[in-house]
Design a protein around this ligand. Structure first.
Ligand SMILES: Cc1cc2nc3c(=O)[nH]c(=O)nc-3n(C[C@H](O)[C@H](O)[C@H](O)COP(=O)(O)OP(=O)(O)OC[C@H]3O[C@@H](n4cnc5c(N)ncnc54)[C@H](O)[C@@H]3O)c2cc1C
Ligand code: FES
Ligand code: FES
Length: 1344
């Protein structure tokens, strides 16, 4: 490992940053840029996923030495928000610094890889660095510390369980859930009363062996560079100034110098953590020519305990504030620390650990974000701010005027915030904090609140009352007038009722308020108040049991936190066949081929490819209108900017500007009309990314809006805006059957879309070869052949000139098929035109805006059923929101229709489906491909039938389930034995019946918290609808040293297909895995490949690889039999000597697959994946929060080729499905502009969302002669199982509604967000809020 000392030259001084990493560092560039750009330029480990601190992919460890305390502080930080100039005297450790395959790997890297904690691997370096930093500070962390440490890192593939399992191996008691403090733990007999899944029993098999792991030896860690310590000890430091042509960075090191700088540059921001200024500069385009960034000024870092409270320096980080407050609350009596407890509560969920370690208290307060978690509390707590300027010191209150930035109450431009006074609470004073966000952690609050009340001594009369809210206006709002009016009143129900009315009046939100969710926010405002009321009542009762009444037992649940125990899991998978040869790896949990490289950061993704000489960068200008004529495009200003090489419009592609996909055609760069916001219009090519982006902003486009604008499915139905043709599937005689049933119901369900949120955004590098018009396209795609085709057509060359290469893809999920090809073709056009390499990497926001995602759906159903729950007739209509162009929408509708019946036999079924044409970016393939939507519609219908019949949903599910030998609606024969097995096994292992009783008991005892339980079966048909779509090919070479190189048409996008292919070669050629290599996928080695998707990549390519190996074996059999004890080297040499080819292609023609849409009959699917999932949730009826307490999954995987990879696909998909059905919500403006353009607005599941208990088991192996070693493709099916969480929440809401006297059908749309949960749990508070007449206001967003 190298330790590189980096010397960066500023304009006037020189400073040292020490980068502890492995690589050559160029010191001249990017002095004023961000650390991430600096690292991306040189190293491959640190990843860029969002640029806004929201995903954790760029996590590094920063270490600083404090000469006063003589201590080194190690903390995790987001390199994407860390200005390089802020790192003076700091050591930065990147993932390369802690280990690599070339030297030795670190135990964290080893364990994440070996525990199968990586799939696409793009998040892995960030995960490793978060964990590594935790271990630097706590070599034997607790599970709470572990969960907290990973809270700022997102993973879209794994579902987090294997990452937690890996990290748990460092914890003191890794075998236990460590939840003793909450009552019970997993090792206690009878957890939940159901002992089946105690960890350590025979079902808890592990997919890795801890004995193999390298021990963690803290003494072997990198030391903090002594040179930096010496540097820090030197007292004679002066302000450092760094400059570039556009910006000056000033780092004063004493208060005096800071104040002088502030006088000189009063408008310059004082950057501390840069977590507020940084995102503003990046996303809002705010530019600061001068930045002042104090460095280790002691006065800003003080921690003083005074008689009245605590004074904390403005530069103290939020993580340090958390530690300080935790310490204080341990030492001081509770009556003095009410405010500190409340702050601690919010500091536990505010952002992730990276942001909390970077952000400062002063920066937080002064950012005055309207959704700040701390400011409402500090404002009600009579906190004061200590300011200083050259003029002297003064103190101002942190009050509403300050928060609204009233000039009279604000800092003067030349003033600095030096510290904050946070007073102790007094006896009879109570402070509380509340918040509700889309996700429980690392998500800005939708509404938050700080509340404080002070009573007269023991009389229960309100003497002081202060209530503040965040998220309900442009600034933190204090309900001052309401509080004033309540003073003098006793703390009772009448006071509460009056308080709700007053506050709703004072803190009013217009129907069109930014951020939307207006009724939810209004409800939260008073729900929080109610919680406060109960909390205070309980404390009063504790303080004076004689005078204050007890809370009704049922109401106490309003105060408890949602179920919070530590995660634990069990896995029960198939062991490899005992009869198989010992070296045969099939059936073994082989680690992902790139696992270790993912963990060390050596795995190369498209954007990690080194800069090529003369490389240009391409960025897109996209439409800002949803439907408009393009009046003019003015490029002149943009073209005149330095570094700009060219700007392409449709005019440059006169006769090649159209590409065709299925029956639709789309303009590559339209010149006359735009059909959605985010449509590509121009491509700006410049010497650098910065220059290209700057120029893109100067392209002036004039539009003339066109009518009508069609955004929603309902708009499309009204305007009959559909893509042709309509699809229909019919079985039995639906109309006749309706005449015979006991009951008929009609209903509908709307399901929102989903963003792929692959961690690696769309990326490509195109390199013209300069000879014979050859061009190499390196691209993150699932469909290299399609990239090749469009590129060839745009360049007007034959396909044999265009070579498309894919090493690996950092997640795709269906989103890297069509759009990627267009982006790559335009990039190739630019490269070809200029004869220079061109790179294009979309920013997260651009990616989300441009590419579309899963189709939103509207399902209408009419069900005819008997009173015993048998559904005899089902008539359905499916509508998907296809967006502006066809893309794969029709195919999605078709697959939705063919899969809609899920596990049920509906004897009379009719379903028609339409893909709606709307003015949104075209939606596309997404894991599950229509099934997650179609299946949900059916399950919603079943749930409603059950409610109508007064039967439990699981009973109606069982009654209607396929019989063992049956026929699908398209008349394909089916054997559902394993479906029934999965269902029974899931009911049994989840102890469904017992737990249902326990849930009912819980619900009868708790009014404000409810639990719900649901079990859902799965029949996922696998097949592509045509034989040709399933063909696959492979190429296997044996070299003379006996080593093998294999290549095939499948793309490695995290699912581990390359690992499985190597297992196949190993079995077939009977050689060790280490002998076999796979370099990547290329149209050069395997031509005419199909897209990688549809769960069948390993199935199909595996059969092709097997075919190639068998061809080789057949050729070599005579040689091998002549020398059976020989080695592969011997056999290869003999074959060479005998002129026998050592290279073979393999081919698989595709599964038999057909469907006739005229007759509605066919055999579209080769086989079915069966499964079942049972989930239990707890909801908070007052806030809409939910927690997934436990999920049990049983799957029929056939014979697993690699149980570790298969479990990974199932659980990863399950968590993605859970996100789909519960928290992932896209918001569009009424003008069709996507608001949710990054992890800060769009929430995918994080570590806090995974089920507390997760149990996954496979059915025993079952044979299927047609598939690869009887395996089944598992990539997609697990998504649907996420809907067991949806129906568990549905069950919990139903319980709440029944108790509140609100029976009747409950129709809930997906996703079941906190907003929907809260608003469905109707109560006196939802009745109290003002409602706006529809049509009387323009809503902030439209449900598309
Ligand atoms: C990904 C992400 C997630 C987040 N999640 C949450 C969340 O869940 N809840 C929440 O409440 N917040 C959240 N935040 C906001 C975060 O708390 C603030 O960005 C942070 O506290 C700002 O602190 P800073 O030190 O980085 O400020 P900086 O960006 O460095 O500065 C912010 C402002 O404060 C001024 N300033 C700073 N110090 C001084 C001083 N001493 N004197 C005068 N002026 C000063 C600067 O001039 C600047 O205008 C999140 C932010 C990010 C990026
Ligand atoms: S790239 Fe830095 S947090 Fe996402
Ligand atoms: S492995 Fe975590 S994002 Fe792919």
């Amino acid at each position: 490992m190298n330790t590189n000392f980096l010397v960066t030259h500023g304009t006037s001084v020189m400073f040292k940053i020490c980068f502890i990493c492995d690589g050559v560092i160029d010191i001249k560039v990017q002095q004023l840029g961000l650390l991430v750009s600096f690292l991306l330029f040189r190293l491959t480990g640190t990843k860029y996923g969002c640029g806004g601190g929201g995903c954790g992919a760029c996590t590094v460890m920063i270490s600083r030495y404090n000469p006063t305390t003589k201590k080194i502080r190690h903390y995790p930080a987001n390199a994407c928000l860390t200005p390089i100039c802020s790192l003076y005297g700091a050591a930065v450790t990147t993932v390369e610094g802690i280990g690599s395959t070339r030297t030795s790997i670190h135990p964290v890297q080893e364990r994440i890889a070996k525990c199968h904690g990586t799939q696409c691997g793009f998040c892995t370096p960030g995960m490793v660095m978060s964990m590594y930093t935790l271990l630097r500070n706590h070599p034997e962390p607790t599970l709470s510390q572990l969960n907290d440490a990973l809270g700022g890192n997102l993973c879209r593939c794994t579902g987090y369980r294997p990452i937690i399992d890996a990290c748990k191996t460092f914890c003191k008691t890794s075998g236990c859930c460590q939840s003793k403090e909450n009552g019970v733990c997993c090792l206690d007999q009878g957890i939940n009363g159901f002992p089946e899944f105690e960890e350590g029993n025979e079902t808890s098999l592990k997919l890795f062996s801890e004995e193999e792991f390298l021990p963690l030896d803290p003494t072997q860690e990198l030391i903090f560079p002594p040179e930096l310590m010496t540097m820090a000890e030197k007292k004679t430091q002066k302000t450092r100034i760094f400059g570039s042509d556009r910006m000056t960075w000033i780092s004063p090191v004493t208060l005096k110098e800071l104040l002088e700088a502030k006088v000189k540059y009063p408008q310059a921001p004082v950057v501390m953590g840069n977590t507020s200024v940084g995102p503003d500069m990046k996303f809002k385009g705010i530019f600061h020519p001068v930045i002042i960034s104090p460095d280790r000024i002691e006065e800003l870092s003080i921690v003083n305990y005074t008689e009245n409270g605590l004074t904390l320096g403005a530069a103290v980080s939020l993580a340090q504030v958390k530690d300080i407050l935790a310490n204080v609350t341990r030492k001081l009596p509770e009556e003095k620390t009410q405010m500190y407890h409340a702050l601690l509560k919010h500091l536990g969920t505010l952002a992730g650990p990276q942001i909390r370690n970077m952000a400062s208290l002063g920066g937080h307060i002064l950012s005055r974000h309207p959704d700040s978690d701390l400011n409402p509390l500090l404002a009600v707590g009579n906190c004061t701010l200590n300011l200083v300027s050259k003029e002297g010191k003064r103190q101002i209150p942190l009050n509403e005027q300050f928060l609204r930035k009233c000039p009279s109450a604000d800092l003067k431009p030349e003033e600095i915030l030096i510290s904050v006074n946070i007073p102790y609470s007094r006896k009879w004073e109570i402070v509380s904090a509340f918040r509700q966000a889309q996700r429980q952690q690392n998500a800005l609050a939708i509404v938050n609140s700080g509340m404080r009340v002070c009573f007269g001594k023991g009389d229960g009369i309100i003497r002081e009352l202060s209530i503040a809210y965040g998220g309900v206006g442009p600034a933190t709002i204090l309900a001052k007038n309401s509080c004033q009016k309540l003073i003098g009143r006793p703390w009772n129900e009448e006071m509460l009722a009056a308080a709700c009315r007053l506050i709703l009046d004072e803190v009013s939100l217009p129907g069109s308020a930014p951020g939307g969710r207006v009724e939810f926010k209004r409800t939260l405002i008073i729900s929080f108040l109610f919680k406060f009321y109960l909390e205070v009542s309980q404390i009063l009762k504790e303080m004076d049991p004689v005078h204050y009444p007890s809370l009704a037992g049922k109401y106490e649940s309003a105060l408890e936190d949602l179920h919070s125990r530590h995660y634990w899991s069990t896995l029960k998978y198939q062991n490899a066949d005992l009869k198989q040869l010992s070296q045969d790896p099939i059936g073994h949990p082989i680690m992902h081929l790139s696992g270790v490289k993912h963990a060390t950061g050596e795995a190369i993704y498209c954007d990690d490819m080194p800069v090529v000489d003369q490389e240009l960068f391409l960025t897109f200008v996209t439409s800002s209108r949803a439907r408009a004529k393009i009046v003019s495009i003015d490029l002149s200003e943009a073209l005149s900017l330095p570094g700009v090489v060219d700007i392409l419009t449709g005019e440059h592609l006169p006769d090649i500007n159209t590409f065709h996909f299925l029956t639709d055609s789309e303009k590559i760069l339209p010149t006359d009309e735009v059909s959605c916001v985010g449509q590509l219009l121009c491509a700006v090519i410049a010497d650098s990314e910065v220059q290209a982006k700057r120029a893109a902003q100067r392209v002036k486009i004039v539009y003339r809006d066109l009518e009508p604008l069609i955004l929603t499915i309902e708009d499309a139905i009204q305007s009959k805006s559909f893509f042709e043709p309509e699809r229909k599937l019919e079985y039995g005689n639906v109309d006749e059957a309706f005449k015979m049933v006991d009951q008929i119901l009609e209903g509908e369900i709307h399901m929102g879309g989903q963003e792929h949120f692959y961690m690696e955004t769309q990326s490509m590098l195109v390199v013209p070869k300069g000879e014979d018009q050859e061009i190499d396209v390196y691209v993150s795609t699932q469909f290299p052949k399609y990239v090749q085709d469009i590129t060839a057509s745009v360049l007007k060359v034959s396909a044999n000139k265009v070579m498309c290469h894919v090493k690996r893809v950092g997640g795709a999920f269906g989103g890297k098929v069509t759009k990627t090809s267009i982006l790559a073709a335009i990039t190739a056009f630019a490269a070809n035109k200029h004869g220079r390499p061109v790179r294009c990497v979309l920013e997260r926001g651009e990616d989300m805006l441009i590419t579309g995602g899963r189709h939103p759906y509207l399902g209408k159903y009419k069900a005819g059923f008997m009173n015993d729950g048998r559904i005899l007739a089902l008539d359905m209509e499916h509508y998907c929101n296809g967006g502006a162009f066809l893309d794969e929408s029709l195919f999605v509708i078709e697959m939705g229709l063919l899969k809609l019946e899920n596990a049920y036999k509906f004897p009379n079924l009719r379903c028609r489906g339409w893909a709606c044409r709307t003015n949104l970016p075209s939606n596309t393939a997404f894991r599950g491909f229509g099934f997650p939507q179609a299946g949900l519609i059916t399950e919603a219908c079943i749930t409603e039938v059950a409610a109508r019949c007064g039967l439990p949903p699981e009973k109606v599910r069982t009654i209607n389930m396929y019989k063992e030998i049956d026929q699908t609606p398209y008349k394909q024969e089916i054997n559902t034995k394993n479906l029934i097995e999965c269902w029974k096994e899931c009911m049994a292992t989840s102890s469904y019946t017992l737990r249902k009783t326990a849930v009912e008991k819980f619900n009868s005892e708790n009014y404000w918290k409810k639990k719900g339980l649901a079990v859902v079966p799965l029949k996922f048909p696998v097949g592509l609808g045509s034989v040709a779509a399933g063909q696959a090919a492979a190429l296997v070479h044996i070299y003379l040293d006996g080593s093998v190189l294999v290549t095939h048409g499948g793309i490695e996008m995290g699912q581990g297909v390359h690992t499985k292919m190597i297992q196949v070669v190993s079995r077939e050629l009977r050689m060790p895995l280490s002998n076999i290599h796979l370099r990547g996928t290329s149209t050069e080695t395997v031509p005419n490949t199909n897209t990688s998707g549809g769960s069948v990549v390993a199935d199909l390519n595996g059969l092709a690889v097997k075919d190639a190996c068998q061809t080789l074996l057949k050729r070599l059999e005579p040689i091998i039999s002549k020398n059976p004890r020989g080695t592969w080297k011997d056999w290869a040499q003999t074959a060479f000597n005998e002129s026998i080819s050592l290279s073979a292609t393999g081919y698989f023609r595709g599964y038999e697959s057909n469907i006739n849409w005229e007759t509605g009959e066919g055999h579209p699917f080769e086989y079915f994946v069966y499964g079942a999932s049972c989930s239990e949730v707890e909801i908070d009826c007052l806030t809409g929060a939910h927690k997934n307490i436990r999920t049990d999954i049983v799957m029929d995987v056939g014979c697993s080729i690699n149980p570790a990879l298969d479990v990974g696909q199932i659980e990863g998909a399950f968590i993605q499905g859970m996100g789909l059905y519960t928290i992932e919500e896209l918001n569009y403006s009424p003008q069709g502009v996507l608001y949710t353009r990054g992890p800060n607005q769009y929430k995918i599941p994080a570590i806090c969302d995974i089920p507390t208990e997760l149990h996954i088991s496979f059915l025993p192996p079952s044979e299927n002669s047609n598939t690869l070693y009887s395996s089944k493709g598992l990539g997609e099916s697990g998504i649907f199982l996420g809907c067991s969480v949806f129906f568990a929440i549905h069950d919990a809401i139903s319980a709440a509604r029944r108790e509140r006297g609100l029976p009747g059908p409950l129709r809930l749309n997906s996703p079941l967000t906190p907003e929907k949960i809260r608003m469905a749990c109707e109560d006196k508070f939802t009745k109290m809020i003002p409602r706006d007449e529809p049509g009387s206001y323009v809503p902030w967003s439209v449900p598309i």
